[in-house]
Ligand binder design. Structure first.
Ligand code: ADP
Ligand code: MG
Length: 552
């Protein structure tokens, strides 16, 4: 689905408000044109009245008041309805994208940097508002205004109609198209530069301590400034184009006006039109060009919106490789794990696992060890079906995991990944990710099992303690224990722990592993680690060698 059809599809669900906004913007423009037209007619008529000609002042003056009120109310309504519908549409789009992204994250995470993902979901989605607020609406409004004015002129001042049609056509068709084309490059450059700026900010915040320790803050700052300059250059070009567009519309409006005046004066001579009507037509012409200048403004932003649309689309384009079966089987009770001749490589040219077999009984605790890069994390990820093997099968409780729904599988198997995050929120929020409706007793039980209860009880706000971004207020050991507690809370009968002690000092590591047996009692455990294991931590130790597992 390309970005335009995606947007139209989502917009289709909000047709009512968009049509209402369009109707109101037509009323606004029509009232504006009529207002200037009637005012011109009225003022000229009034001036001629004082010169001794008869003119009824009451009708036009009531019309002026009525039209100006109508214009104000319609414009207010249009902004309210149009922005409301657009913002809701963007929210729909963001929700749609987010939901689509979730099954793809293991894959997308490699294609897109974090800051880039953030840009795509925020700034790029926001940039699409242009499509509604300053492109589709104004195009239709300008079309209606142009047709109405041309028809009016054709009746009242026929010779001026082609001049108007040509002038207005140039201003509302040729000029915006030229602007939209010219704005593509600076628009794309601005979109990319602002995404890059965001990535650099996130990188600099994440790597702040390292950058300082290595004396690299200056070079990070230079890179940041360079991105900033690129953004400024692109934005300057965009503004120049916009200014050129506005000036162009005004110039065309002026030329058209002169053309109509020329034809009008001739008609006035022959008596084909009277003075007040001519002035009214002239002012109405000027007012109708407002629609063209709106369009020019929108066209200047279209380049950026299209670039943003392409980026949003690229994010959503890939199909998830892991799909639920059409007719899922039930997952039988039990917590055994079988790998049968599993072959897997992240890339086609390099196998990580070759005919790997593994049998873990209900409640057995098995450690998987081996040097880094040998495939330990890969084994655990396959067990959670984050990828599917090329050959062989993986069974949980005897059932091939490809035949059950992922939701079911993930209720049975929980993963403590190598870089499990602590989320912005309280300790309670963080634990409840494992089990959204766990009560306090369950939370304390999980904390006790992870041996973090003493620490949490010592905090003034206990479970309601705010952890801050990425759990800044916790030590590395406490972070891992909190994440373990979250996994234990999940109630999954099988837990896969990927380097649960990475980042811990020796002593904390030994404590953690010693507590693990008690914490995971009754569950099947697959523990990937390269730590040396204390006695009794696991039942069996297997080593990954050449893509296979062999007993230690
Ligand atoms: P371990 O957990 O034992 O350190 P991994 O399972 O993470 O090892 O990785 C096994 C091998 O697969 C490594 O050689 C690694 O480079 C490669 N690998 C891991 N993840 C990816 C990936 N997403 N894309 C390509 N190669 C990968
Ligand atoms: Mg690993």
């Amino acid at each position: 689905m390309n970005s335009l059809s995606l947007i139209l599809h989502l917009a289709g669900k909000r047709t009512g408000p968009f049509l209402a906004a369009l109707g109101l913007s037509l009323v606004t423009l029509a009232a504006g044109i009529a207002l200037l037209g009637v005012s011109g007619w009225f003022l000229t008529g009034a001036a001629l009245t004082t010169a001794g000609l008869a003119f009824n002042l009451f009708g036009p003056s009531a019309m002026v008041r009525g039209l100006s009120l109508m214009r104000i109310v319609a414009r207010y309504g249009e902004k309210l309805v149009g922005h409301d519908a657009t913002l809701k549409l963007l929210a729909d789009l963001r929700g749609w994208l987010f939901r689509r992204l979730v099954p793809r994250v293991p894959f997308q995470g490699r294609l897109f940097r974090r800051g880039d993902l953030v840009s795509r979901l925020t700034a790029d989605v926001d940039a699409l508002d242009t499509v509604f607020l300053t492109a589709i609406g104004p195009i239709l409004t300008a079309l209606a205004a142009g047709l109405a004015m041309t028809s009016l002129l054709a009746v009242l001042l026929p010779d001026a109609a082609p001049i108007y049609a040509l002038g207005f056509g140039c201003a509302s068709l040729a000029l915006p198209i030229a602007l939209a084309l010219a704005s593509q490059r600076p628009g794309e450059a601005a979109t990319l530069a602002s995404a890059e700026l965001r990535m650099r900010v996130l990188d600099a915040i994440d790597g702040h301590a390292d950058l300082r320790a290595m004396g690299q803050t200056e070079s990070a700052f230079r890179a940041f400034s360079a991105s900033g300059r690129r953004l400024t250059r692109a934005r300057t070009r965009q503004s120049a184009l916009n200014a050129l567009g506005t000036a162009g519309v005004q110039a065309m409006g002026g030329v058209t006006l002169v053309g109509i005046l020329w034809q009008g004066l001739e008609a006035l001579d022959t008596g084909a039109v009277n003075g007040p009507v001519l002035v009214g037509l002239l002012l109405a012409t000027l007012a109708s060009f407002e629609a063209a200048s709106l369009l020019a403004r929108g066209a200047g932003r279209l380049g950026a919106a299209l670039a943003a649309g392409r980026r949003v689309q690229a994010l959503a384009a890939s199909e998830p490789t892991i799909l639920d079966p059409a007719r899922p089987s039930a997952l039988p009770e039990g917590s055994s794990v079988h790998f049968e001749a599993v072959r897997f490589g992240h890339t086609p040219d390099r196998l990580v696992l070759r005919d790997l077999s593994l049998q873990v009984r209900d409640g057995e605790r098995v450690a998987i060890i081996g040097p880094s890069g040998c495939g330990k994390s890969t084994i655990l990820h396959l067990l959670l079906r984050l990828s599917d093997p090329e050959a062989g099968a993986i069974r949980v409780a005897g059932q091939d995991i490809r035949t059950v729904t992922q939701a079911n599988l993930h209720r049975r198997v929980a993963l403590l990944s190598q870089d499990t995050p602590v989320f912005l929120g309280t300790i309670r929020d963080n634990l409840r990710i494992g089990c959204p409706d766990a009560d306090d007793d369950a939370l304390w039980g999980a904390l006790r099992a992870a041996r973090l209860d003493g620490f949490v009880r010592g905090l003034p706000e206990e479970l309601d303690t705010w952890l801050g971004e990425a759990g800044r207020t916790l030590s590395a050991g406490q972070t891992r224990r909190l994440c373990l507690a979250r996994v234990l809370l999940s109630g999954a009968r099988i837990v896969a722990l990927d380097e649960p002690t990475s980042g811990l000092d020796r002593e904390t590591e030994a404590d953690f592993l010693a507590d693990l047996a008690a914490a995971t009692r009754g569950r099947t455990v697959l523990l990937a680690t390269h730590a040396s294991l204390p006695d009794g931590a696991v039942d069996r130790v297997l080593r990954v060698e050449n893509g296979r597992l062999s007993p230690q």
